[in-house]
Design a protein around this ligand. Structure first.
Ligand code: MG
Ligand code: MG
Length: 629
């Protein structure tokens, strides 16, 4: 077992500017303790008995810290200004006599990362992750046996990229000696750049003769802090995520919700709701709301130009807020090709808006030319157009980019109900010419139900303040203005739901919208292949499908009963949803939330069993091909 750790802490942290003027960067505080002290505590907890700190810049600060921990020794590299990290390590050669864990001082990480290395069978292991896109990444190239071949900050310098260097490495004593010999040879050339050698270079330098294993762990949460951007990311996303994961709460029973939201959530989102009681008028809560508002916006637009206005309510509250608050005396053209388009028409009618309804088939792509003809022929001036992005009734994906282009040509302000696309399907409000977008907390963003979200272009929203309010609670401009002034909602917000939403945003950020959509699509492919094999058909053609929710045509057999099928699946932990189309018998399966393609494989097996039980044998029909993304 490894009992020694070495932390490289000599650097000046100059990219952090004035923050590191009097403080070496290991001493940055994110929560209670300096980050290096958090690391030291994790190392001790993992069974490390001796920690050698390779210091340099402001060594006295670390020496003070060392007086608090008997396990700690500081060894100063006096040449820290001119040398790279390998020299700091080389400088420790008289203090190291066993295998050790090598860490960088500016890391925050999960404690299980240490265990993964300590318990690893290989003597030399570089810890790696999937790519973080944090900027300043060190990319790793390996051979087919996952052995280190090369590392570089320049991705172009590598033949292939396998993973990203975390900055925690297990090094055996013999490998360390080889690294020192390699470094000594370099230093002997007497060229100043040889002194700049980093430990990564030495590892690569000896990797031809020493087999160094690269252990890539998916889903590990970590970051290093080299500049102010890293520091902000660490404070807002990485540290809170690590804390949430390390809470060690018992797992909650996992139900797979294949209904189109609320979706299955992670335990970390569920437990985020367990927070101390707080009055939502307190400053701390205002900061949480500000974070939620800004980051929800950032997924689809620049928060400088756009803003997210939050309401306690369902997604429909957000849609109703937009329609009732932003349309004046001119007409709104509403595209209705499903239940949610229809709902917008209902709202418009209730508020007495001048509304032109454009109806289109629920399973067909929109005819842009026909919509344009409606705009041209309209006897009323059309100021707004409202469309659903992903029709939750069917999974039909409307081309909002193209509709946005149309709106631009006719100077029409576009409203999008993105309830079941936001958080998974990439949206760029500015590029797509969307002024208002409605979303909710409980679908692809993977939070709890209870917050309706309106993301609005600020300039457009400002222009609505002169309109006479049609309601009180859902008045968009009033809610926006009050939040700007107070960082509060006008009426009591769902406090705990907002805590969960903050956590859900962190998790969405860490997974990335593209990656989330890839995961959802993977589950969808399993679903489509499964139902196709079982002889069932789906409504919307692949090329117009959102890959998020699928309306499946019910099996035409006397033994079939939706409720019985639902109950059978429900007993096995899976929830599905009835269809919402009057003319067609369908049921719906969504593949959103904290689920994987494995969950969908199990679902298909259960569905197969149910169909067997009712003696369903399908007439082979023409199938749409399923293509993997
Ligand atoms: Mg770096
Ligand atoms: Mg660094």
């Amino acid at each position: 077992m490894v009992k020694t750790a070495v932390i490289l802490a000599a650097g000046m942290g100059s990219r952090l500017g004035e923050i590191t003027k009097d403080l070496p960067k290991g001493m940055l505080v994110i929560d209670e303790k300096p980050i290096i002290e958090e690391s030291i505590c994790k190392l001790i907890e993992a069974g490390i008995e001796r920690i050698v700190l390779g210091t340099g810049y402001l060594t006295q600060v670390y020496e003070q810290l060392a007086s608090k921990y008997p396990q700690l020794v500081c060894v100063c590299n006096d040449l820290y200004e001119k040398t790279g990290s390998m020299y700091t390590l080389y400088n420790l050669k008289d203090h190291i006599s066993a295998d050790f864990l090598l860490l960088e001082c500016d890391l925050i990480y999960e404690k299980h990362s240490l265990e993964a290395l300590i318990k690893h069978n290989e003597p030399d292991v570089v810890l790696a992750s999937t790519l973080t896109e944090s900027q300043d990444e060190v990319f790793i190239e390996t051979n087919e046996l996952n052995r280190l071949v090369n590392m570089s900050k320049e991705s172009a310098a590598l033949n292939s990229i396998y993973a990203e260097l975390v900055g925690i490495t297990k090094i055996s004593y013999s490998t360390f000696q080889a690294m020192c010999r390699y470094a000594a040879t370099q230093y002997a050339t007497n060229q100043c750049e040889s002194l700049k050698l980093n430990y990564e270079d030495a590892l690569v330098g000896i990797s031809k003769n020493f087999s160094i294993y690269v252990q890539k762990l998916k889903n590990i949460v970590w970051c290093e802090i080299d500049d102010k951007q890293h520091l902000l990311r660490a404070k807002q996303f990485i540290y809170p995520m690590i804390k949430a994961k390390e809470k060690n709460c018992p797992p909650v029973q996992r139900n797979i919700l294949l209904n189109p939201g609320p979706a299955t959530t992670t335990d970390t989102v569920k437990y985020a709701q367990v927070a101390p009681d707080i009055c939502p008028r307190e400053k701390e809560f205002g900061e949480l709301m500000q974070f939620v508002s800004t980051e929800l916006t950032r997924f689809v637009a620049d928060p400088k130009e756009y803003t997210a206005v939050l309401f306690g309510g369902s997604g429909t509250a957000a849609v109703e807020s937009i329609l009732s608050s932003v349309i004046g005396a001119d007409a709104v053209l509403i595209i209705n090709n499903g239940e949610y388009g229809k709902r917008m028409c209902q709202i418009a009618e209730i508020y007495g808006l001048k509304c032109i309804e454009y109806q289109s088939a629920v399973d067909q792509a929109l005819d842009l030319a026909a919509i344009e003809a409606v705009i041209q022929k309209s006897k009323h001036k059309i100021s707004h157009l409202a469309a659903v992005h992903n029709e939750t009734t069917t999974g039909l994906l409307n081309d909002i980019g193209a509709i946005g282009g149309l709106c631009k040509r006719y100077q029409i302000c576009m409203i999008v109900d993105a309830m079941s696309s936001y958080g998974a399907i990439p949206i760029d409000m500015e590029a797509m010419n969307i002024s208002y977008l409605a979303a909710s907390s409980n679908k692809n963003i993977q939070g709890m139900a209870g917050v309706g979200v309106v993301i609005a272009q600020k300039a457009e929203l400002d222009s609505t303040q002169c309109l006479k309010p049609r309601n009180l609670y859902l008045h968009l401009f009033a809610q926006y203005k009050y939040f700007l002034e107070t960082k509060q909602m006008r009426f009591t917000p769902p406090v705990q739901t907002l805590y969960a939403l903050k956590q859900a945003i962190i998790e969405t950020y860490l997974e990335g919208i593209n990656e989330r959509y890839r995961r959802y699509s993977e589950a969808w492919v399993v679903l489509l292949e499964g139902i196709t094999r079982l002889g069932l058909t789906h409504l919307v053609k692949i090329e117009h499908h959102s890959r998020i929710i699928t309306a499946i045509v019910e099996p035409d057999t006397p033994g079939y009963d939706f409720k019985e099928m639902h109950d059978y699946l429900y007993r096995h932990g899976y929830t599905i949803y009835p269809g919402k189309l009057n003319a067609m018998n369908t049921f719906r399966v969504a593949n959103i939330g904290a689920i994987t393609s494995k969950d969908m494989e199990l679902f298909v097996k259960l569905l197969e069993q149910y169909l067997k039980d009712i003696d369903y044998s399908s007439p082979r029909r023409e199938k749409h091909g399923v293509s993997k993304t």
